[in-house]
Design a protein around this ligand. Sequence first.
Ligand code: NAD
Length: 260
Amino acid sequence: MLANKTAVVTGSTSGIGLGCARAFAAKGANVVINGLGDADEIEKTRAAIEVDFGVRCTYSPANMLKGDEIAAMIADADKEFGSVDILVNNAGIQYVSPVDEFPIEKWDAIIAINLSSAFHAIRAAVPGMKKNGWGRIINTASAHALVASPYKSAYVAAKHGIAGLTKTVALEVAQQGITVNAICPGYVWTPLVEAQIPDTMKARNMTEEQVKNDVMLAAQPTKQFVTIEQVAGYAVFLCSDDAASITGSILPIDGGWTAH
Ligand code: NAD
């Protein structure tokens, strides 16, 4: 389904991004993975995609804090593969703290990585997509693009921001074969979620089990974490011809969370 296409997935050395990269590769796309981590582990991850799916996979070390590195990542992918057809803006970090104690550098980093990096990547990728008359831009937002939770001011602001970016760019490129959507997962069991448990325990004075059941899954009526495979499957569907009329949409996959 995605043979001869190239997908760039930011923040794909783990979690949802890696799930998306592998799902695109399984459908025949060449992929560019990106993200932080141990160099040997990243190389294993990259090589496994090529071996498992018989596609080409490169790694970009672009730091999502830096606009020039993001633009270079897109330019390099274009040079290597001839086009960037699918862009998933997925890199993200989290920090949990009351707003009056929120470290300023954490606010700046979350806005840069979770929101501005998508702007830089879209800005660089859209000209090639316009030239080819086809493109798929998928922003990994969050249920927090639609609703808020306390102690996550930067994250919720960035995710609401990416919903606005998604709608705006969708309108701008609607007649050029390019769709732009935001996938909004509820809680997915990934390293990002695992890492926020200690801070939430501290902020709410709770045990680990209480955080999982009374904070995270309290909002999720299914009482199940969303799986990485479910999110990746949604991203693959958005790249299909059947999804060509879905654009500018803010799409929850959240076990009913935002139905509240
Ligand atoms: P994760 O921590 O497993 O993955 C985050 C990825 O971003 C990693 O590859 C990491 O290396 C990369 N990254 C972080 N900072 C970076 C930087 N400066 N430059 C380049 N890469 C950087 O987390 P995840 O849960 O898979 O999250 C992926 C996306 O999904 C995020 O945008 C997150 O907000 C969103 N999301 C996650 C959940 C969830 O419950 N896990 C829910 C809703 C939305």
